[in-house]
Write a protein that binds this ligand. Structure first.
Ligand SMILES: *Cc1c(COP(=O)(O)O)cnc(C)c1O
Length: 332
């Protein structure tokens, strides 16, 4: 139930009904290698095979389908250059709703192309995210468009939570789930679903060491500004918002622990996914595997890992799986 600050199982069940027509229900697969290595069943949720390459489509679709008729007519706007932007663009087009994604001129061409390919209008404004935000605010106030944020929104959290329902349906004996954490929309929804359906389950968050905003905010006990650093887990970058309304509290209340992994561990996990699981995943999708392989997370009974996204530059991917010691942190 929505009580103003939290999203619950009934919201997530409603989202599942709403989005099931357009969302791909991704498979869970056993990892023979990890099961053998850790002596406990390890399951991979193949969400990188979701349409648009990540789970962000779930929340975005739920938000678009929840618009009023007037809101549908005026369209939606977003600021994400990454997976949320792709998901939102796709969900809007799929449902005949106009969509503008605003970004600064510093955004690389391949990201712009990725979003255009999903059918959204891309509007490039100024040299910073702040400039882009000014245009977003104008589109909302003057043109009546609806801003769909990437994580701190009830429809987004409930949509991402449908992943937790699928995990509970497919793996009712699950003891532990390792889930990525950035803004916390994903883990808030997944933890709410899993803890309602499978009492006693542990939900462990995983972030990268470099710029782990939610982790640092939880340590301090409130949302604070955390500097963003370049990382192989680029979809996990960015803050949680000083005015965070939902995901900070839900993460605090529902997540048992947050583990941080290094750049080398993330690269090793991308490599592992390719050579041992036949999966091409981006750095953010690999942090659960990194947590296990590094020994930082111990599979305590049947364990599920979420492969949350697959949108990685294929040249970078090729260098990593070839064993090159790739360092994306040099610019900081
Ligand atoms: C956005 C994203 C995450 C993190 O989701 P949050 O809701 O921001 O915590 C994890 N993995 C991938 C691939 C993503 O795109």
């Amino acid at each position: 139930m929505t009580n103003g600050t939290s999203i619950g199982i009934t919201d997530i069940e409603a989202a599942q009904k709403r989005i099931s027509q357009t969302i791909h229900r991704t498979r869970t697969e056993d990892s023979a290698y990890l099961t053998e290595k850790f002596g406990a069943p390890v399951h991979l949720k193949l969400e990188h095979q979701q349409r648009t390459g990540s789970f962000k489509l779930r929340g975005a679709t739920n938000a678009v389908l929840n618009l009023t008729e007037a809101q549908r007519e005026n369209g939606v706007v977003g600021v994400s250059t990454g997976n949320h932007g792709r998901g939102l663009a796709y969900a809007a087009r799929q449902n005949g709703v106009g969509c503008i994604i605003c970004m600064s001129e510093l955004v690389p061409q391949n990201k712009i192309d990725g979003i255009k390919a999903q059918g959204a209008e891309v509007r490039i404004i100024g040299r910073s995210q702040d400039d882009a935000q000014i245009e977003v605010d104008r589109l909302v106030s003057e043109e009546g468009m609806t801003l769909i944020p990437p994580f701190d929104h009830p429809d987004i959290i409930a949509g991402q939570g449908t992943l937790g329902l699928e995990l509970a349906e497919d793996l009712p004996y699950l003891a532990t789930a390792l889930v990525q954490v950035s803004g916390g929309g994903l883990i808030s929804g997944v933890a709410a679903a899993l803890k309602a359906r499978l009492p006693g389950i542990r939900v462990i968050g995983v972030s990268m060491e470099r710029g782990a905003a939610m982790y640092q905010c939880q340590q301090i006990g409130k949302p604070v500004l955390v500097p963003e650093l370049s990382t192989l887990a680029d979809s996990l970058g960015g803050g949680i918002g000083l005015d965070n309304a939902y995901t900070f509290a839900m993460t605090r209340d529902l997540v048992d622990e947050i583990i941080l992994v290094s750049e080398a561990e993330i690269a090793g996990a991308i490599r592992h996914a390719y050579w041992h699981e036949s999966q091409i995943i981006e750095g953010s999708g690999a942090v659960g595997i990194a947590a296990l392989l590094s020994g930082k997370a111990k599979p305590d009974g049947p364990t599920a890992l979420l492969l949350s996204g697959g949108n990685i530059d294929m040249n970078l991917h090729h260098r990593i799986i070839s064993g090159e010691d790739v360092d994306v942190t040099a610019e900081d």
